[in-house]
Structure formats: C-alpha cells, structure tokens
Design a protein. Structure first.
Length: 114
C-alpha cells in the first residue's frame, strides 16, 4: 500500500523559507510523476510543482522561488520554498502518480505571516 507522509510545514514570516519533505512507503522509481499541490481555505487544490523524468514544472506564482527535487535513494520528494509570501499560506499535499493512479499525502500546513 502506498503511503505518502509530508513534513516540514509551519509558521514563517514573509520573505522566509521552508523545506517540505514527502516520504513514500514504496520505491518512488515506480512513479511517473511526483508533485506538490496546495489548497488554501475556500479555494480549490492547485498545482505547485511536479517532477517528471528529469524535468520540473512550476505554477507561475512560485516560479523562481520554489524548487522541487526527488531523492530516489531515500524515497523522498522535497519542496524548497524561498521568499515566501502570505498568499502561499495553504495546506500542501504531496502526490505520486503511477499509470492511472494518483496517491496523496494527508497534507502539511504552511502559514506565512505578513
């Protein structure tokens, strides 16, 4: 059974940084796409960043500030978040897609104060 567990969220001031980590219970080599999404209160879940093969894709709102990376040896996916803004406040979810199945973590709260 696939389990994804996020960690690293918290409260940070605007301009600060956080590193989110997602630990998978299985070998992440088996997943085609790994990613991070977020959901703010009253909003729909939105894509933040995904990694597919050797490439990465970012939402326009985080380009240049966030970096997604994967460590196949540790079965982890990391989201480095710099220059955080209050509008980055949300619950951040890790996702992993293999063929037609997408798995989600339970989320970690990120709050950016102004």
């Amino acid at each position: 059974q696939v389990q994804l567990v996020e960690s690293g969220g918290g409260l940070v001031q605007a301009g600060g940084s956080l590193i989110l980590s997602c630990a998978a219970s299985v070998n992440i080599d088996s997943f085609h796409v790994l990613g991070w999404y977020r959901q703010a209160p009253g909003m729909q879940r939105e894509l933040v960043a995904t990694t597919f093969g050797g490439s990465a894709n970012y939402a326009d709102s985080v380009k240049g500030r966030f970096t997604i990376s994967r460590d196949n040896a540790k079965n982890t996916v990391t989201l480095q978040m710099n220059s955080l803004k209050p509008e980055d406040t949300a619950v951040y979810y890790c996702s992993a897609t293999r063929y037609l199945n997408t798995y989600w973590g339970q989320g970690t709260q990120v709050t950016v104060s102004s």
